[in-house]
Design a protein around this ligand. Structure first.
Ligand code: CP
Ligand code: NVA
Length: 299
């Protein structure tokens, strides 16, 4: 059974997904390829973009999306993941899950007879990373760019490491000690990078990382689930903000990405987020086109 739980799961399909997303964006994709199919969308955490893009995307493909908050499911009252997974497969054709624990999604997939899509966990956010790569290609017309990610080496950063390595893009993570991306993911990404030629780096040194970068990327300093560490995180990450001074050090044509939601004044300043080099609104829109390509592939 095919799933998309780690970005790595689409190692051999990423180019196809990106191409299909472009077709959908141009209105040239297949008409209603998921006619009669249903997608269950289970959310243990809040969402704006992921929920809307999957829900609308499924509808546009001719299928039926079901929004299921985990607190309304028996799962929230202790029904086993394995029982839920077995039962859901009797009703729907695919499951998208946004979960607190990555292991819970793996457990779900173990018992699922239908494809499982990771809509964000503490470890990865593959649908976001594929959208980001799509957005870079859309603007720069090439994967031959250097992206610098600033701040917390979190779920989005982990999936970006894998995604950039798959397409041969150079990727630097600038983060303080203790905020590095997951070491096992970094190892997998470096293995892939050897084959594709991408250069991956993790450094504390913001300036060296940013100079001549073609893409600057950031995400919130306090992810969902990290709220108890907020004060410490704001202190530790304060030198990793994307602001005008940082932007000036990058390539003069550099684009700025943020998966959103953004906390203005923390990881990014308002002028940069709303400025001419920001591609974040296109990036958010592209979630829809890429989600459709992922659904078309898996369902
Ligand atoms: N970027 C992203 O996944 O946004 P949501 O949390 O709003 O879904
Ligand atoms: N890293 C953020 C991403 C939100 C889309 C979080 O996990 O909350």
């Amino acid at each position: 059974m095919r799933h998309l739980i780690s970005a790595l799961d689409a190692k051999d399909q990423l180019y196809e997904i990106l191409e299909k997303a472009e077709q959908f964006k141009k209105g040239h994709g297949p008409e209603k390829p998921l006619n009669g199919k249903s997608l269950a969308m289970v959310f243990q955490k809040a969402s704006t973009r992921t929920r809307i893009s999957f829900e609308v995307g499924m509808h546009q493909l001719g299928g039926h999306p079901l929004y299921l908050s985990s607190s309304d499911l028996q799962l929230g009252r202790g029904e086993l993941i394995e029982d839920t997974a077995r039962v859901m497969g009797r009703y729907v054709d695919g499951i998208m899950i946004r979960a607190r624990e990555h292991d819970d999604v793996l457990e779900f997939a173990r018992y699922s007879e239908i494809p499982v899509i990771n809509g964000l966990t503490n470890l990865e956010h593959p649908c976001q990373a594929f959208t980001d790569i799509f957005t870079i290609k859309e603007r720069k017309r090439t994967f031959d760019v250097h992206m610098t990610y600033m701040g917390d080496g979190n779920n989005v950063c982990n999936s970006l490491l894998l995604g950039t390595a798959m397409v041969g893009m150079d990727f630097t993570v600038a983060c303080p000690s203790g905020y590095e991306p997951d070491p096992l993911i970094l190892k997998d990404a470096k293995k892939l990078a050897k084959k594709t030629g991408s250069i991956l780096n993790v450094t504390k040194d913001v300036k060296t990382a940013v100079i001549d970068s073609d893409v600057l990327y950031t995400d919130v300093w306090v992810s969902m689930g990290d709220e108890a560490e907020e004060a410490q995180r704001l202190m530790d990450l304060k030198d990793y903000q994307i602001n005008q001074d940082i932007l000036k050090m990058a390539d003069s044509d550099a684009m700025v990405l943020h998966c959103l939601p953004a906390i203005r004044g923390q990881e990014i300043t308002t002028d940069v987020l709303n400025g001419p080099q920001s591609a974040v609104w296109d990036q958010a829109e592209n979630r829809l086109h890429v989600q459709k390509a992922i659904l078309n592939w898996l369902l």
